[in-house]
Ligand binder design. Sequence first.
Ligand code: NAG
Ligand code: NAG
Ligand code: NAG
Ligand code: NAG
Length: 376
Amino acid sequence: MEPQAFVALIVGVTGMAGLSLAQALKKPNCPGGPWKVYGAARRSQPIWFPSTVVDHFITFDAVDSSDTQVKLSPIAHEVTHLFWISLQVRQDEEATIIVNETMLLNVLTALKSSTSSKLTHVTLQTGTKHYMGPIFDPVHSTQLISHDPPFHENMARLPYPNFYYALEDLVQSYAPSLTYSVHRSSIIVGASCRSIYNSLVTLATYAAICRHVGLAFRYPGTKYTWEHFCDMTDAGVLAQQHVWAAVTPEAKNQAFNCTNGDVFTWKSMWKFLSELFDVEFVAFNETLEFDLVELMRDKGSVWEAIVEKHELHSTKLEEITCYEALQTVLRFKFQHVSSMNKSREYGFLGHVDTFKSIRFWVEKLRQMKIIPSYHH
Ligand SMILES: *[C@@H]1O[C@H](CO)[C@@H](O)[C@H](O)[C@H]1NC(C)=O
Ligand SMILES: *[C@@H]1O[C@H](CO)[C@@H](O)[C@H](O)[C@H]1NC(C)=O
Ligand SMILES: *[C@@H]1O[C@H](CO)[C@@H](O)[C@H](O)[C@H]1NC(C)=O
Ligand SMILES: *[C@@H]1O[C@H](CO)[C@@H](O)[C@H](O)[C@H]1NC(C)=O
């Protein structure tokens, strides 16, 4: 048998982007395929994880250099492509930079130190914080001056600490022995309960809790975002872009935005979600402003009851949701939209209708028994 040409190591395979990427790489007609896929995560394989999408599942802690060395050096002579889809968030941006940089450095060291290293390309998954600055940092976030949207790739770096910049610099320091591509996504929509930021699961739990206890499913954002444009990134489109850049010579050493290619208003999204989650649509009312984070703070036991009633996988509300991050996005004072024209000019044409995408992933999350489905 021919040795496989391309061997992928996906670090962060249990998150929504990592899982979609593994699925894309294992499709029979995947560009560059057939791929051999190693999937790695910090914690062991979750029950809902479809084990056929990876050839081997590796559990290791990238923060720990010796654990990383032990687990990855045995495959260093095989892995041609590193897909860095991992994300850990610390209390502030400086701490996040240190930990992210350390993790990536540990992995690159383990894969590159072997004399038979086959690594040629690194794919970095980042996001629009590249253009906005550290929006979740407790100090920096209060004084950010972001770029004007729509964001595009050749905008200068902002003068704030940003772990995305640190990761790009680290990967660039390996040139020319490694090529790289950077993928700046918007709000990612996909199916996993192991992602730090999963807005769709967050919205779905909020709606399920409202439905269960008879609360109105009210919009926790502002009039501005209710009426203005926003965009999203389907995990499947993102995976297609990861693969495209990994096998396309013109895409080497470039950064690309990645969105679905359309825009929506939260007003239209809220109508759509209300129907999908089987709750009454409530129009935004500025005089009834409320704090979603506060509202959800004591709802852990309600979620437990929902999990039990619908026989879902056992999850803890605070582990699968990101109410604070979602609320930050819904209170942006600018339109969160990215330009896809560079990506298109380079030849990536992947796109999806955002509403169809959400319907698809909600169905998936229901099949995976992560969120409830309602029968009429
Ligand atoms: C990497 O950065 C992300 C985003 O800020 C952060 O959430 C995460 O904790 C960082 N990872 C580490 C290991 O610091
Ligand atoms: C991403 O989109 C933003 C907003 O449109 C734009 O300013 C930025 O240049 C884009 N970046 C790339 C790499 O295309
Ligand atoms: C908003 O809520 C207030 C307080 O309940 C109510 O008096 C008002 O009529 C509402 N506005 C709209 C547009 O529904
Ligand atoms: C398209 O993207 C390029 C970056 O490749 C940017 O310089 C340009 O301003 C963008 N055009 C529009 C209309 O956004």
